[in-house]
Design a protein around this ligand. Structure first.
Ligand code: ATR
Length: 285
């Protein structure tokens, strides 16, 4: 795609940013739809978020992804924030609409689409969510509206209970919190239908780690690990070996990216192109 004076600029801000997959996924998508957009990565240090927001207004950058550690820090510089992002105080997508900065969070809808597009329907089910960090919050927000019972377990219990309290108040649903310990995980898995790992356990270079002992898994469980590097985590391998349904972290990565892409372009995201670009890249690293 030739870049010209008319090319629309999108990007991602974060620190570190060198390993982001967003430019790979979005540029492949822009090219496949032959739309005149380009996507860049911007390293923005923690103290520079306000300047970065002024910069995107001044330079008329059209859309941004926001990644660690800025998802919360950007909130106060935006003009409007969607209900998900507002409740969890975490923005991963910004649209610059005629100088007004609109904030969204596509992680929750990305997780739900990843599950549903792979045949897993959390509606009315018991969902066990491991983690209460940035991604887990967005997933909990979306899935608490779908699931019959959501259990959030985290190493730091207070973060899980604060999140559960916030969502219980908002949605009046059955939501419990607890510590991420072997006994609590094991007990909760007995009647769980869907397990989501939203901790970083199992991520490279610790690819031999898993938050779940293989013998606690069962064939009728659907398992999604949001870790995508390695492409197949130990948890995913163990679950697959048992015959459980497994949804890869690449799927969540793609579907949250697809939702952001649709916000910026108002075009249907070419999910297959995005998946192929991500997988090609991940297979090389
Ligand atoms: P992300 O944006 O990917 O969600 P994050 O906000 O840093 O990243 O969240 C990381 C999650 O992984 C948290 O739930 C964290 O637990 P704590 O809140 O207790 O820190 C969890 N996590 C990270 N390393 C872990 C480990 N070794 N064991 C268990 N949980 C871990």
């Amino acid at each position: 795609m030739a870049i010209s004076g008319k090319t629309t600029v999108c990007g991602v801000i974060g620190d570190p940013i060198e390993h982001t997959l967003s430019p790979i996924i979005h540029n492949a998508a822009f090219e496949s739809l032959k739309i005149d957009y380009i996507f860049l990565a911007f390293k923005v240090r923690a103290g520079e978020v306000e300047n970065a927001m002024s910069g995107i207004r001044a330079l008329n950058v059209h859309g941004l992804n926001v990644t660690m550690p800025h998802k919360n820090a950007v909130v106060k510089y935006l003009d409007q924030i969607d209900p998900t992002a507002k409740t969890i105080a975490s923005v991963n997508t910004i649209l610059n609409k005629d100088g007004r900065l609109l904030g969204f969070n596509t992680d929750g809808v990305g997780a739900l689409n990843a599950l549903e597009q792979n045949g897993v329907k959390p509606r009315g089910k018991k969902v066990l969510l491991l983690g209460a960090g940035g991604a887990a919050k967005a997933i909990a927000y979306t899935l608490s509206q779908e699931a019959d019972h959501l259990v959030i377990l985290n190493r730091t219990t207070k973060q899980a209970s604060d999140l559960a309290d916030l969502l219980k108040q908002k949605f009046n649903k059955k939501i419990n919190a607890g510590v991420l310990s072997p006994t609590v995980i094991k007990d909760n898995l007995v009647d769980a239908n869907v397990l989501i790992n939203a901790t970083s356990v199992g991520m490279k270079p610790n690819a031999n780690q898993t938050p779940i002992e293989p013998e606690w898994l069962k064939p009728d469980l659907a398992v999604m690990d949001i870790v995508y590097n390695p492409i197949e985590t130990k948890l995913a391998k163990d679950a697959k070996a048992l015959g459980a349904t497994v949804v890869s972290g690449v799927e969540m990565l793609i579907y949250q990216g697809a939702a952001s892409f649709e916000i910026w372009t108002a075009c249907k995201a070419p999910v297959e192109v995005m998946r192929k670009a991500a997988l090609n890249h991940l297979l090389k690293v």
